[in-house]
Unconditional design. Sequence first.
Length: 252
Amino acid sequence: MAEWLGSDFRVTPEGGAPFFVSENPGTDGNELIETNITDEVYQEVDAGDGLDVVRIGLGDSVDTLSLADDPETGDDIAGEDGDHVIVTIRGEDLAEAVQLETRYSELRDEYDVSTLLSLDMHVFNADMGSGDTLEIAMPDTAGGAIFTLEGHETHYDGPEAWGPEILNHYAYVFYSEDGTIPEGLSVAEDTIRYGDSNGPLGPDDLDGIYILGRINLGESYWAQDPQTFETISWDRSIEAPAVTLTQPAVIV
């Protein structure tokens, strides 16, 4: 069991012995970085450079992007991609995780998603390169699957017609106990939505679906000069890393 007293990070350099640090665990070398997933402290891991494996728990945050990311793409610079993040979810974590719920609207005579996305949700947060990999390690259960839904949040700095407009791109990671989610689910503007083009949402259609985390996927920018109509834009959003599910979770 990856357990020790306190909220220090355990760092094991490649070919070296593990040691504990209280802050800034990442270096330029290749290493295994672990948070104490059994404590009640939410920890932030900056993995630094190098190719690292990072083990965190629900509520923790991790940043595996290279310290000097590519100025054109916002992604890892060449040679710094390939970090691996493992989020270990214990049985008690899943019991406390945010579960999707439905609500009934008498006005529209239909069900919709009642769960709200917020910054204080009990989830993991990750800044990762597109070439990194994310592993969700779950307790042994009867089944289940991991799903990601990508979206963005829009910030305006002036009239909406002209911008500037900054989009923060992200992907939310969901776990479904029965291995399915309704096809009409989507996320946008930090809101979970259901489109009824696939039929109405039933009262129990969201049972057993949990929000586990958020992956930040960079920014894009757009603005237009109201006099010349010249458009200025750039895109530093990146593709989501590959996400896999491991069952049962192996905690060492």
